[in-house]
Design a protein around this ligand. Structure first.
Ligand code: DLL
Length: 432
């Protein structure tokens, strides 16, 4: 099986040469086929011939999500519809969905990067993988499916939801790996325990979790509850879907498949490119995509990049776990707050569960943050004094991490709605 794994340990010069060669071709392709990009190049006074290597990437225009909407549905495609073999779309909070298209070669590239991701997590043809990401317009289900097929694993294409059936097939078919969002994994783990399923009936050893931000504490909790190793897989529909980057056994950041996607970190305000190690917005340029290549796509995801060779031998740049999206970031009374900060605090305490919700309101021009925290079954008590004590401690821990005062509301076990896909952690009721 040609999985292009040599490139994962190539030296930087070899990789840069490959990226430059591919970028030159990609730039020509979008300039000649996408009026939107031709216009952008004209505005910047650049011609495709000016771009000779990735050193010049910084001179090229950015692409943002609204550019996809403005060219809805197929305006950024470089090929006629007859060459498109698949369409996916992600629903935004407002208006039209973001549409992406794939040629046959794109599906091939996508399968390759997901297969390489699964290989990083040690998945082989001997595994039985339960794909519990949603199948459909969302890229999670079909993305994992094609990659797992490429690896040769046995796939259970169960899609998201229907938790009882997930648990039944997991036992009956002997799933050794599961792919779903980390919040759904936490729910499945909880359900296994609640249903009293004996540990020996569960054969899982690896989880391929992504599609939403999750903390290191959440990883440890899922690993402990499910007795598995939990790997982080990252991606976004606009770039290809899952398989833009993936963690290896060493779990020290996700390796970006740089032979297909060139990463940059920028300061989201000044748009200047930041050096390795600095926190900023992740930007990707696709260099092999045919149907809808994107130039310097601003993901809104905040992270850092690290170029040092990994203990696994891979030289691909690693990205840290995403801190969150810049658009998930709440600004409460002027202070930047991420749901991941709340999650870390709650999971460090044994009395609370990974299920929480942040509700923001504004009264008399003052922002208020309420955090609904679900108490673990074992620690729920009818004694007000006990719960008051717990609430005080949570309040103290959260306030010291966030730097603002939040109202804590303790809620009974199993009362916060569980998600089968991406969890909704924040409800912002302010009319901003
Ligand atoms: O979520 C693709 C995917 C499917 C990735 C299955 C991994 C597994 P979108 O629906 O377009 O695509 O959402 C992309 O989700 O910009 C991030 O904000 C977030 N995201 C995805 N993976 C991770 C991750 C898929 N591992 C958006 N950690 C991205 C943190 C993630 N955030």
């Amino acid at each position: 099986m040609e999985l292009n794994t040599e490139i994962e340990t190539a030296d930087r010069q070899q990789l840069t040469e490959l990226q430059s060669k591919r970028l030159v071709k990609m730039v020509e392709r979008i300039y000649n086929n996408v009026p939107f990009y031709k216009q952008k190049f004209k505005e910047k006074g650049i011609e495709p011939g000016d771009i000779k290597s990735i050193d010049q990437l910084k001179h090229l225009p950015f692409t943002i999500k609204s550019d996809l909407r403005d060219n809805y549905p197929f305006g950024l495609f470089t090929v006629p519809q007859s060459e498109i073999v698949r369409l996916h779309a992600s629903s935004g909070t407002t208006g039209k969905p973001t549409v992406v298209g794939y040629t046959r070669n794109d599906i091939n590239t996508w399968s390759e990067v997901v297969a390489r991701s699964l290989t990083m997590a040690g998945i082989t043809k001997n595994d039985i993988i339960q794909v519990a990401y949603g199948y459909g317009l969302f890229t999670g289900g079909l993305g994992l499916h094609y990659g797992a097929e490429r690896v040769g694993a046995s796939i259970i294409p169960i899609s998201g939801g229907n938790t009882k059936k997930q648990l039944q097939l997991m036992q009956d078919f002997g799933s050794t790996a599961i792919a779903c969002t980390p919040s759904y994994a936490a729910y499945l783990a909880e359900s296994i325990i609640k249903e009293g399923i004996p540990q020996e009936k569960i054969k899982l050893r690896a989880g391929i979790f992504g599609a939403e931000p999750w903390t290191e504490e959440m990883r440890q909790q899922i690993e402990k509850m499910m007795h598995i190793k939990a790997y982080d897989i990252y991606g976004l529909s606009e770039i290809i879907g899952p398989g833009v980057s993936m963690e290896c056994q060493h779990q020290c950041g996700s390796h970006i498949f740089e032979d297909h996607f060139i990463p940059e970190i920028i300061n989201p305000e000044t748009l200047e490119v930041l050096p390795y190690g600095e926190l900023g917005e992740l930007v990707f340029t696709t260099v092999t995509k045919e149907a809808m290549p994107l130039l310097r796509y601003r993901t809104r995801d905040l992270t850092r990049l690290h170029p040092e060779k990994c203990a696994c031998g891979r030289t691909l740049v690693r990205m840290e776990k995403c801190l969150g999206r810049s658009d998930d970031m709440l600004i409460i009374r002027g202070v930047n707050v991420f749901p991941s900060q709340v999650e870390s605090v709650l999971l460090e305490m044994s009395e609370t569960t990974p299920h929480y919700q942040m509700i923001v309101t504004r009264e008399n021009n003052l922002d208020e943050l309420e955090i609904k925290v679900e108490v673990d079954d074992q620690f729920w008590s009818d004694e007000i004094k006990i719960l008051e004590g717990l609430k005080k401690r949570i309040h103290h821990n959260i306030s010291s991490v966030l730097g603002i005062n939040a109202q804590i509301k303790l809620v009974e076990p199993n009362t916060i709605e569980r998600s089968e896909g991406k969890a909704k952690r924040v409800i912002d009721n302010r009319k901003l």
